[in-house]
Write a protein that binds this ligand. Structure first.
Ligand code: ADP
Ligand code: MG
Length: 220
């Protein structure tokens, strides 16, 4: 498949923090492409470079060497981000939090294919619409974070340890929500995790060890 099919493309992309003797190579030259429909888990222990790689894919960090490009995306609005926790705005209720990226982007309700109500419904959080973040559980907050991404209708969803602070059952529901979100919008999905049970729910797995992204055949 030609590289232009890629939504995001890493070519020998490396990320180093600091300089000289204190430099930390968080990502050694990584080659990776993510295409429409992909369901990819980046799996590895804490400190292996998963978040750093995801930040490169998101454009939140520039590679120190090598290149990251987004040949199949129109811009950063095509990327939906889900973090580990605490990403909701405390003063806004769940419906307002879900609508926030659309409001900030100036996209009126009439131009959205998927309403905030539908997005909350798809992650099983419709009944939480009027609650404040402090009035819902951590697992519920993560599902709302997924609904917020859903409402944005991105073409690439990047989730950094979205289940990292949740018990297995709650985490499984958040993962359900992410998979539903990706299926409903047709977005590609990349999830980082240290949990093999979470990784097993994605279609493809790539391991990270000490900043190195292992080849598919070397991934356990
Ligand atoms: P993971 O997400 O797998 O836990 P990270 O990508 O967060 O791994 O970190 C990879 C390595 O990069 C670690 O050694 C970490 O300490 C280092 N690192 C991450 N972010 C920074 C930063 N902003 N400044 C310095 N070092 C960092
Ligand atoms: Mg991390």
């Amino acid at each position: 498949m030609p590289a232009t099919d890629a939504l995001v493309l890493c070519e020998n992309a490396a990320l180093t923090f600091g300089r000289g003797t204190t430099a930390v190579v968080a990502v050694h030259g990584a080659d990776l492409s993510v295409r429409a429909g992909d369901r990819l888990a980046i799996v590895g222990p804490s400190g292996s470079g998963k978040s750093s790689l995801l930040h490169l894919l998101a454009g939140l960090e520039r590679p120190t060497s090598g290149a990251v490009s987004w040949p199949g995306l129109g811009g950063s609005a095509d990327i939906g981000l889900v973090f580990q926790a605490d990403s909701l705005v405390p003063a806004l209720d769940v419906a307002e939090n879900t609508a926030l990226p659309l409001v900030l982007a100036g996209r009126p309700e009439a131009r959205r294919r998927l309403s905030v109500t539908e997005a909350l419904g798809l992650v099983g959080a419709a009944d939480l619409a009027d609650r404040l973040p402090e009035e819902i559980s951590g697992g519920q907050a993560q599902r709302v974070a997924v609904a917020r991404v859903l409402a944005q209708e991105p073409r690439l969803i990047l989730a950094d340890e979205p289940t990292g602070r949740l018990d297995h059952a709650t985490g499984a529901r958040v993962l359900d929500a992410l998979l539903v979100a990706a299926d409903r919008t047709g977005a590609a999905l990349v999830v980082t995790t240290h949990d093999p049970a979470v990784a097993a729910r994605l279609t493809v797995r790539r391991a990270m060890r000490d900043g190195r992204l292992l080849a598919p055949e070397d991934t356990p």
